[in-house]
Design a protein around this ligand. Structure first.
Ligand code: TA6
Length: 303
């Protein structure tokens, strides 16, 4: 029995040599992208970029081999969308951490191929009873993913209500690395950060970041690009951003990863999260009728 949704999606949005829609793990509908530049996959649930691999490169994005794929469940790895709040809800702890956007179905709005051979996919999330019960503001979100030699993910938030609202957001991206012991992060030297492993205490970054235990930090007012320098793979992953003032650096380390149950044995040693965000002190106020756009751009350089 063919899947009518897949038939409809492929009829309206598939593009030869660019994108087709398939049934992915856990029965999730997935946009499978393969063009001359890269491959990628995006689950319609959460508009969740799960994989990205430029031609001739190791994967850039990490996806746990032990990820659980099921309706309404966040996927361990890829680029989960934290929206319309980051972390715990400000006043209601019963609401899902990182908001609801990553576990609800998004709609495909557009697919197109660019003259440069990239594939562009645009997904939309409109509010409904479920979302308004958690977030009582008339609003909508769009995610635009551009797959080429680089990956660009843009999260747009439109305020359709008569009053301004505060938005917390993050592209909570897990990056594939050779070994956490062979990796360091640069670009955050001198930045203030809130250390979630130490009671959200405020500290200042000195030099590059190496990771040898749990790290969970929200860097504030970050001025420029960050680099994940991976000596094991002889490459740097550059994380550039637009309209994002925060960067979150996270590695759960052994105990936390084991508790989460979907990293697998030593899974945390092959990943690091470097999240493009507006979080905590950097949340943004979106005026009535305004559309706020935040983007992350990932590229790979030889070391
Ligand atoms: O961004 C880091 C963080 O806030 C950590 O504190 C941890 O909760 C992580 O996100 C993963 O959260 P999740 O809900 O995806 O398991």
């Amino acid at each position: 029995m063919s899947n009518p949704d897949l038939n409809h999606l492929n009829q309206h949005f598939s593009i030869a040599n660019h994108v087709q829609f398939i049934e992915g793990p856990g029965g999730l509908t997935v946009a499978a992208v393969a063009n001359g530049e890269a491959t990628a996959s995006i689950a319609l649930q959460g508009a969740h970029v799960m994989t990205f691999q430029p031609q001739g490169q190791e994967p850039v994005i990490w996806l746990s081999k032990f990820a659980k794929f099921a309706a309404g469940k966040s996927i361990r790895g890829g680029a989960p969308i934290c929206w319309p709040w980051f972390g715990s809800h400000a006043t209601d702890a019963s609401l899902p951490g990182h908001g609801f956007a990553r576990t609800v179905m998004w709609q495909v709005l557009e697919t197109r191929a660019t003259s440069a051979g990239e594939t562009v996919l645009r997904f939309g999330l409109t509010d409904n009873e479920t979302t308004r019960a958690q977030w009582p503001h008339a609003s909508s979100a769009e995610l635009t993913v551009t797959v080429g030699a680089t990956l660009r993910i843009e999260l747009a938030t439109r305020n359709d209500s008569p009053t301004a609202f505060d938005l917390g957001e993050a592209l909570h991206t897990y990056f594939h690395i050779s070994d956490v012991a062979k990796m360091r992060i640069t670009g955050l030297d001198g930045c203030a950060f809130l250390d979630k492993v130490d009671g959200f205490s405020r500290k200042q970054q000195q030099g590059a970041i190496s990771i040898a235990s749990e790290v969970d930090r929200v860097y504030l007012d970050v001025p420029g690009d960050c680099l994940i320098e991976d000596s094991g793979l002889g490459r740097r992953i550059r994380i550039a951003s637009e309209n994002a003032r925060s960067v979150v650096v996270w590695n759960p380390w052994t105990e936390k990863a084991d508790k989460m149950g979907d990293f697998g044995p030593d899974g945390h040693k092959g990943m690091v999260c470097l999240e493009t965000a507006n979080a905590l002190e950097n949340i943004v106020s979106v005026a009535p009728g305004e559309t706020h756009r935040m983007a992350a751009i990932y590229s790979v350089e030889k070391m």
